[in-house]
Design a protein around this ligand. Structure first.
Ligand code: ATP
Ligand code: MG
Length: 757
């Protein structure tokens, strides 16, 4: 381990050298309100990694201060994930709720120091009183309550004498602080709710900013490591611990950049939506970016650990290419796992000049660095090959079996095609072939040259298996949610064929199916009578190719190019760093305006786009929607034009976004209207009115359309009701189609869910 391998290691190292701490104690503090995802894996690796690198200790602490969303099943999932990754939290899992008594006592102390007060204004007023970035806030009239009054009220809050929201406890700090988080932040709120551990003991719950620093202190944490979005909370963290004059050493907070991955959503809230909406089969669905999902899919813990190590720890938010994660697992399995043959889409081949049967010797590990281990592969007159390994009319460069081109059966003989048999529809049903007896792999004296070897199975010996082919869950690089789901993310092949040795010898749980990819025996559904394999990852990055192709097809590839640049800069470190001015913009966009890192990056680095954006923002305060249209549609127009050459103005774009935000038009229609604006320069309202593009949100209208769709598709309705919940996407699509994209997707989803019950 290099002691200074990243800036966090450097800080810890320095703190140990200077004697600030004798022992390093970190913690991983998830809220148990969902299954942990790959971003949490990064945090786990950092916190447990630093503790182990410096002979310290890392606590696993459930940050359970929000009674309404938390559950023990999530606690178990978090424990599983940490354990699976190979880390150890010692004897007990910690819970913030274990400290509720102590935290309450600290609150009393603050009140006694006149550093906290019970406030009783309503939420709206409180928001108004907070002021703005440029304007100081006003302290509440209730801040003048005496210490005795405050103690009395706070006790009554605790005893359940008030309703939710009637009072709160606030720190008395500074209503004019530049950091708005310091403007008398909330410390406690009333919540009459059952807590999954504390039961009904409490009806007041501490806020994150109060509970977190104190929990760290109580546990003797030295380095409290969290993600960048907590940067502004650091001042409160310090204020609480300093004001209470707690004994040293006390913990300090350090922030690192959150992990984001393209083609992936990474917030427990969005993941919960996928689970609850049955868009996936639970939290451990192999398509989910949860640790449980990767595990079920067949990822090894080493691949996740390597990935977390490779992406490193940074101070600036970044988007990592999902291909890098896929590379990690491929790289790990490539060296380790046995290689066998599986045929997914069988085509019968009868070898006319072969009689009897034999067993061919085949190595499990024909790797660059071969290992011991072989199995027998039965061979006979009738075999199956992959349907697309034969082409009657091949294009140039096709190296497999054709009417005139021989091919090698992997580990076996060379065969050539004699005759192609077809059914009445012209589909190929069988190949009649011939084999060359002296061409056996390993002792080939035939002198016949072939360009490739293909997988195959003896038809009487092959075993049937179910193969689940997983692809990316989202089709967009920066998915928002369910509207961006990839409809082809799961394909189930019920009757694939595999070598008998795979089922009988069980030499491993993971295999390379030669020429197909890496596969994993599903840990839950696999039965000897009905083996099930999950696709872990393909042999090479097919998406990279796919998107490149699509990009070159479209002439409007400015967005993807900018994106590529941005990505390279962050991941590989090739592109020039941002200038000072660009950095300022980036910070502003990502921290103040809440844009995601990728969008911030695109805008900050492009002067035309950022100035257009600023102009729009000056008339409409809708930073996210504006940014989204500007980095996509507007960027495309500005690719080879100057702003003054555009047909539309910034003001018109704000009008367009305004009617989108108001729900007058759907996001799909927004794009359509934009196209028209870019051509004609007309006002968006006029286009919408002339073409009748107003979004349909009226449940009565949508309901009628849904009824029609349901009547027209009785088969799918039946399948849906029988449990094929993935058909929901089909129904949503049909309704949107019959309204030309005008139906409000939210309403459609809701009504469909009701009507298909
Ligand atoms: P989400 O928004 O996905 O629900 P969270 O931040 O609310 O995540 P917590 O359970 O509160 O999740 O987080 C536990 C720890 O994991 C925190 O220290 C948090 O900073 C860290 N963490 C969460 N998401 C990421 C991520 N994408 N990259 C790195 N660390 C993360
Ligand atoms: Mg959270």
């Amino acid at each position: 381990m290099s002691e200074n391998k990243d800036f966090l290691h450097a800080i810890v190292n320095e703190d140990l050298k200077s004697g600030k701490y004798k022992k390093v104690i970190t913690r991983f503090p998830p809220e148990p309100n969902g299954f942990p995802h790959i971003g949490h894996a990064k945090s786990i690796c950092i916190n447990f990694g630093i503790a182990s690198d410096f002979n310290g200790h890392c606590n696993l602490r459930m940050d359970d201060t929000n009674p309404t969303k938390e559950d023990t099943k999530y606690v178990e999932a978090l424990k599983d994930a940490v354990q699976w990754l190979g880390f150890n939290w010692g004897e007990n899992v910690r819970f913030t709720s274990d400290y509720f008594d102590k935290i309450y006592d600290y609150a009393i102390e603050l009140i006694k120091m006149d550093k906290a007060y019970v406030d009783s204004v309503n939420e709206e007023q409180m928001r108004e009183n907070r002021g703005t970035v440029t304007q100081a806030g006003v302290r509440s009239e209730f801040a003048n309550r005496t210490i005795e009054e405050n103690l009395d009220l706070f006790e009554k809050m605790k005893n359940g004498e008030f309703k939710d929201g009637e009072h709160v406890l606030r720190a008395k700090i500074d209503m004019g602080a530049a950091n708005m988080k310091l403007r008398d932040p909330l410390l406690y709120r009333i919540r009459h709710a059952h807590h999954f551990r504390a039961g009904d003991k409490w009806c007041i719950y501490p806020m994150y900013d109060f509970a977190h620093c104190l929990s760290d202190y109580i546990e003797g944490v030295s380095h409290s490591i969290c993600t960048l979005e907590f940067e502004n909370n650091r001042d409160i963290y310090n204020w609480v611990l300093d004001t209470l004059k707690l004994e040293l050493p006390r913990p300090y907070q350090h922030e690192f950049a959150r992990l984001g991955i393209n083609y992936t959503v990474m917030s427990k809230r969005k993941l919960l939506e996928l689970v609850e909406g049955k868009h996936v089969d639970g939290w451990d669905d192999p398509r989910m970016p949860t640790i449980a999902g990767y595990k079920r899919k067949g990822y090894t813990k080493e691949s996740i650990l390597n990935f977390c190590d490779q992406i490193g720890v940074a101070k600036a938010n970044s988007m990592v290419d999902v291909a890098q994660l896929e590379f990690s697992i491929r790289d790990d399995l490539n060296k380790k796992v046995p290689r066998v043959m599986c045929v997914l889409d069988p085509l019968k081949v009868t070898i006319e000049n072969y009689e009897g049967s034999e067993e061919l010797d085949a190595s499990y590990y024909p790797h660059d660095v071969p290992k011991e281990g072989t199995r027998k592969v039965p061979f006979s007159k009738e075999i199956y090959i992959e349907r697309d390994d034969f082409l009657e009319n091949p294009e140039k460069g096709y190296f497999r079996l054709t009417p005139t081109q021989a091919v090698r059966l992997r580990h076996g003989y060379i065969i050539s095609c004699k005759e192609v048999i077809k059914d009445e529809n012209g589909n190929i049903t069988e190949i009649k072939a011939e084999y060359y007896p002296d061409s056996k792999s390993g002792s080939d004296t035939s002198g016949i040259k072939v360009k490739s070897a293909i997988q195959w199975l003896s038809s009487k010996d092959a075993r049937q298996v179910e193969v689940r082919l997983y692809d990316r869950l989202f089709k967009n690089e920066a998915p928002e949610g369910i509207e961006d789901l990839n409809p082809d993310s799961l394909k189930i092949i019920k009757n694939a064929l595999i070598e008998p040795a795979v089922i009988e010898e069980k030499i491993d749980e993971r295999f390379q199916f030669e020429r197909q990819g890496y596969f994993y025996a599903d840990p839950i559904d696999y039965r000897d009578e009905k083996p099930v394999f999950n696709k872990i990852v393909g042999l090479k990055d097919s998406w990279g190719k796919k998107t490149k192709k699509e990009e070159s097809k479209s002439k409007n590839n400015v967005k993807s190019e900018i994106k590529k640049q941005a990505k390279n800069e962050q991941v590989v470190g090739e592109v020039t760093a941002m200038s000072g001015k660009e950095k300022v913009l980036f910070e502003k966009y990502s921290n103040e305006l809440g844009l995601n890192a990728e969008v911030s990056n695109i805008l900050a680095r492009d002067e035309k786009l950022s100035s257009f954006y600023q102009e729009c923002l000056s008339t409409l305060n809708s930073p996210i929607s504006l940014a989204n249209i500007i980095v996509t549609e507007v960027a495309r127009e500005l690719k080879d034009k100057e702003i003054n050459q555009l047909k539309f103005t910034a003001e018109q774009i704000t009008k367009l976004i305004k009617i989108l935000d108001e729900g007058t038009i759907s996001s799909k229609i927004t794009k359509q209207v934009f196209e028209q604006m870019a051509q004609s320069g007309e006002n968006p309202e006029k286009i919408v009115e002339d073409k009748g593009l107003v979004q349909i949100s009226d449940p009565a209208i949508i309901g009628t359309i849904i009824d029609e769709v349901i009547t027209k598709n009785p088969d799918n309705v039946e399948k849906f009701k029988a449990g094929n919940k993935k058909l929901l996407g089909f129904f949503v699509g049909q309704v949107l189609k019959s309204t030309s994209g005008k139906a409000n997707p939210k309403v459609v989803n809701q009504l469909l869910a009701e009507k298909l019950k």
